[in-house]
Design a protein around this ligand. Structure first.
Ligand SMILES: Cc1cc2nc3c(=O)[nH]c(=O)nc-3n(C[C@H](O)[C@H](O)[C@H](O)COP(=O)(O)O)c2cc1C
Length: 146
């Protein structure tokens, strides 16, 4: 039985592109070896990651991810058995959706379609909604931190 895990976390403020690329390299290699597939979205401040594969492998990789000091405040949103993978072709894909610089009067940038072209057709509808709404959270989180 396949297992699906989805979490959100807060990135280390020093997170840089080269760190992210190195992290993706490691993730792709290990995930491929463990038959794990998924998607990592980074907003510049937060991560949302989907991991799918054999349950033991997914939980073992998630344990490692939880100990990684490059992010914190890790919240697991979904852990459930599934019939099919939502991102079958990616050992781990990375999508960076930087917050738009739209001035102090714009509290929310409700751009829930920004990720749409990138999300696979096979993605389960509930996951699709979560990834899209995660992308709308970035301005709210930013304002709250000021
Ligand atoms: C946001 C985030 C997502 C990650 N995703 C994965 C992943 O999907 N697979 C993986 O093996 N490691 C992932 N990592 C890295 C692991 O936490 C861990 O650092 C790495 O696998 C350690 O490998 P190494 O000791 O061989 O370098 C992720 C780290 C972060 C911060």
């Amino acid at each position: 039985m396949l297992h699906r895990l989805l979490y959100v976390s807060t990135a280390d403020p020093d997170m840089r592109n080269d760190v992210l690329e190195h992290l993706l390299d490691t993730a792709e290699r290990r995930n491929a070896a463990l038959d794990i597939t998924g998607l990592l979205v980074f907003t510049g401040t937060h991560f949302m990651q989907l991991l799918e594969g054999p349950k033991d492998a997914v939980e073992a990789v998630f344990d490692m991810i939880c100990q990684d000091r490059r992010h914190s405040a890790i919240a697991r949103l979904i852990a459930e058995p599934v019939q099919e993978r939502s991102c079958p072709d990616w050992s781990m894909a990375l999508r960076v959706v930087e917050a738009a610089n739209d001035g102090p009067n714009q509290i929310f940038t409700v751009d829930d379609q920004a990720l749409e072209p990138f999300l696979p057709d096979a993605m389960a509808p509930d996951l699709r909604v979560l990834f899209q709404s995660f992308n709308t959270m970035k301005r709210a989180t930013h304002v709250a931190a000021e």
